[in-house]
Design a binder for this molecule. Structure first.
Ligand SMILES: [Zn+2]
Length: 198
């Protein structure tokens, strides 16, 4: 990774030098610098994971499962909702309807995620925490994430999380990660008991 970083830096330096020359001999310096910063942002993740990023470039979008604010479990036109396991989706929809009667409006902050989206989150966490080992305490790999298989949802805001923690088991929904009060999975039968969290 360090080697890749160095290569990336060298490439940037080369690009910057080239642009400096361009800037000196043309009047497009401002436009050229804008181009450099736009290309520079995603470079660390592509340098870290050249094989997994593939042809897709740029940040993850709706097709990767990114959801707009205030997404409902009934927004099945969005891939992040449509690609959830059908039984989980039905349970979340039931919970949304039931908590609305209690005066709480929930939103799905994340449902299904593509491998690319999950990898992007992991890459961000590695940059934030400084090591892959530490980052993996907070973010799963694309191979292990239950979001990637469509078997997990993240719900907000906090009062909606609290509602599902108290009443979600009637639909089979349980909090499964002790350090994520917003993360729910279909891991019990409706009306059953939630298993211990990991
Ligand atoms: Zn989650």
């Amino acid at each position: 990774m360090r080697t890749d970083d160095l290569i990336t830096r060298e490439r940037r330096m080369t690009a910057l030098s080239a642009l400096a020359i361009v800037a000196a001999i043309t009047s497009f310096a401002v436009a050229a610098c804008t181009t450099v910063s736009a290309q520079g942002d995603p470079a660390p993740s592509t340098a870290d994971q050249p094989s997994t990023t593939g042809r897709a470039s740029g940040p993850p979008g709706s097709d990767d499962g990114v959801l707009p604010e205030k997404t409902s479990a009934f927004d099945t036109d969005l891939p992040g909702i449509a690609k959830l396991d059908p039984a989980l989706l039905k349970a979340v929809q039931q919970a949304e309807t039931a908590m609305k009667k209690d005066g709480i409006t929930m939103q799905v902050t994340t449902g299904w995620r593509s491998k690319k989206y999950q990898q992007e989150l992991l890459d961000k966490a590695i940059r934030k925490y400084g090591s892959r080992k530490k980052a993996l305490e907070f973010v799963s790999t694309p191979e292990e994430s239950h979001h990637v298989t469509g078997n997990a949802v993240d719900i907000g805001p906090t009062d909606a999380d609290d509602w599902i923690i108290r009443k979600g088991a009637r639909f089979g929904l349980c909090q499964t990660l002790s350090n994520e009060m917003w993360h729910f999975e279909l891991v019990t039968t409706p009306g059953g008991e939630c298993p211990p969290m990991s």
